[in-house]
Design a protein around this ligand. Structure first.
Ligand SMILES: Nc1ncnc2c1ncn2[C@@H]1O[C@H](COP(=O)(O)OP(=O)(O)O)[C@@H](O)[C@H]1O
Ligand SMILES: [Mg+2]
Length: 467
């Protein structure tokens, strides 16, 4: 059942119940109040009659005309009176009782003997019901007379009947109007949900550029729409990132394959001296090395993405790590005529994974050497400011334009200058470095400009301050 129908039904049922209960209570209270008013006026009349009889010294013979002239209200059409003797027989009665006798009931007589007044209702066929009060007149503890005043309940009955009709007509009308209003409002409130559904269907059909155009209301629907847009935005971004990544990856792998295929084709075209084959195979080996590096690093990154690479967490003495890497790099540098030196090295202990931190530093030093000019100089230093360890690698090489400082950490991104400088490189090293620094709650800062050399600084929290 659609939500709109359900909401309207719930609302209608609740309203119907409330209206019913309300009308029943209202009707009951009105009926009671009307009867109380009748009772009160009966009692006032009876009391006045009794007092007047007492003032006249309970003359046993009361003349009808006398009584009527004394109490003009008794002649009014809606009230009649009777006076009974203690035996229950009528001594006198007003002329407006015409149709039939209204005898004194047994209960009324008993109550009168007890000195109490009593209200009673009486009903005769084909006539409106009557309301009666029977009031005793006592003299020295003895019952002298019983005064009974009665009235027809016809007008009360009519009033109640009209009221009932009003309720019976008004309630369904009120209910219908409210249901229509509820239906309209529910439809209005739910319309944005339909819009969201339609947009979600279009998006599910593959159009991730779709967004919900919603007024920026801060209600439930507004928040839903905002959350939805946000989610689609993130999906869109990560899908296009994946697309970009796969196209970059295939491109990076295809280039060496094309080179290898071209060279191999060429050399196989006709018989050649052994030297030629050798040089093609050597060049192929270089490309194969590069490709297997790309594949290794890709594999590592995708395992890292899936959370499959775990880091150890031990205190790592950065000082000795720096010295180790420096030793290795200095050896590599000798072959390429690049000097790797140590700057200031302060002791610092970082909480983390020794092997990964070593890999991080080695990557940075390799970059520095790779993007240095012949005879260049690379400096490694380690500073400790009491809160953080600052591990820096600087070179005087080709440098990086400030616009590229962010992008070099993206997978496969290599600056044009770098591509021109050397074919070696995968564009994945800094992505791995950033991942390692991130997992150590650290960051990598870059200071560089084109042709000015570069300084990469890894900032890591010290072991005791790392939570
Ligand atoms: N020391 C450096 N000097 C100049 N450019 C650098 C340096 N380190 C990194 N880069 C730039 O950042 C890019 C990404 O580096 P990296 O991810 O390590 O890839 P790769 O070293 O395989 O080229 C490099 O291609 C280069 O353009
Ligand atoms: Mg690198």
């Amino acid at each position: 059942m659609p939500l709109r129908v359900r909401l309207t039904l719930w609302y209608g049922t609740a309203l119907a119940i409330v209206l019913m209960v309300f009308s029943v209570l209202l009707y009951a209270m009105t009926a009671r109040n009307l009867r109380d008013a009748v009772d009160q006026s009966l009692e006032e009349t009876a009391t006045a009659a009794v007092r007047s009889l007492e003032e006249r010294g309970f003359l046993p013979l009361i003349n009808e005309e006398e009584l009527l002239s004394q109490f003009p209200e008794l002649t009014r059409i809606d009230k009649f009176f009777q006076i009974f003797s203690p035996s229950g027989t009528i001594s006198i009665r007003s002329p407006n009782i015409k149709q039939h006798e209204v005898p004194l009931s047994r209960t009324a007589l008993d109550t009168a003997f007890a000195g109490q007044s009593i209200f009673e209702s009486a009903k005769y066929p084909n006539e409106p019901p009557l309301r009666l009060i029977s009031m005793p007149i006592m003299y020295r503890g003895n019952l002298l007379y019983i005064v009974q005043v009665g009235t027809s309940m016809e007008s009360v009955g009519e009033t109640l009947h009209r009221f009932m009709i009003l309720l019976v007509v008004a309630i369904p009308i009120a209910l219908t109007v409210s249901l229509a209003g509820g239906w309209f409002l529910a439809g209005r409130a739910l319309r944005p949900v339909d819009k969201i559904t339609l947009a979600a269907q279009r998006i599910a059909a593959g159009d991730l550029s779709q967004r919900l155009s919603m007024p920026a209301a801060h209600d439930e629907i507004g928040r839903l729409a905002a959350t939805f847009n946000n989610m689609i935005g993130r999906l869109d971004a990560s899908f296009s990132q994946i697309r970009q990544f796969s196209s970059d990856a295939s491109h990076e792998l295809r280039t060496p394959l094309t080179v290898m295929k071209g060279e191999t084709d060429l050399v196989l075209r006709r018989p050649r001296p052994v030297e030629d084959y050798k040089s093609v195979l050597e060049s192929n080996l270089e490309e194969i090395d590069r490709m297997s590096r790309i594949v290794d690093e890709l594999l590592f990154l995708s395992r890292a993405d899936m959370g499959e690479v775990t880091l150890e967490s031990f205190p790592v003495g950065m000082e000795s790590l720096v010295e180790d890497v420096h030793r290795r790099a200095a050896q590599l540098g000798q072959d390429r005529n690049i000097e790797v030196v140590l700057g200031t090295v302060m002791p610092a202990v970082v909480q983390g994974d020794d092997l990964r931190l070593r890999e991080l530093l080695l990557n940075l030093v390799e970059n520095a050497m790779k993007y240095s000019h012949q005879g260049g100089k690379v400096e490694i230093s380690l500073l400790n400011d009491g809160r953080e360890a600052r591990l820096s690698v600087s070179d005087h090489g080709i440098g990086i334009a400030p616009a590229d400082h962010k992008r070099i950490f993206q997978r496969f991104f290599r600056t044009d200058v770098a591509r021109a400088h050397t074919k070696k490189g995968t564009g994945l090293g800094l992505a791995i470095c950033a991942w390692i620094a991130d997992l150590h709650k650290g960051r990598i800062e870059v200071k560089s400009d084109l042709g000015q050399g570069s300084t990469f600084t890894v900032v890591l929290p010290l072991a005791h301050s790392a939570a």
